[in-house]
Design a protein. Sequence first.
Length: 186
Amino acid sequence: MASIMFPRTNDNLSYLTISDSYANDNTLDIWIKFTEHLKQDELLLMNKDISSLSQLELDKYNSIKKQLNMSLLFRKYKNKECTKEEHDFVLSYMHNSLKSFVKNRMTNEEQSSAYSFISTLSKDEIREYINQKEEKYDELSAYEAYVLFIAKEELYNKEQREYNKKREQEELKIILKRNNKCLIFM
């Protein structure tokens, strides 16, 4: 399920933000950070001479260029400077899974390391970590931004589990209360 926010501008375009992550409210910044991020092998490929690339490498090169162009479009979108076509293209792109995209921009080792780190923290420590890192999001490396993304997801999930457990307990109390009243009247 996606969250959607509806800011409007004078050019009659609604600059929506769409995300499958309820925990992360800085969707555009996340898209920008991770469309700009290149893995080590991608950096090496981008620094090669184009004429020396195989067809497979050339396809990968073009894919990376498209990703970097998306980063530029996300910046224009964030600043509300898009043409109608750019606006619609970015909006369409945001229907992709942000969670999957962010995860795919990290190596397996980075993913494991991030999950290991977050799993060692208590709920309060996760909240403190989030508060520290959010203040300087633009300065974070892609890995640090990924850890923050995971931390927000984990905190949200923990809070949802606690809320659901509390709600279930309250519902059980109500049911038991009703049953006790029924027994009294019998």
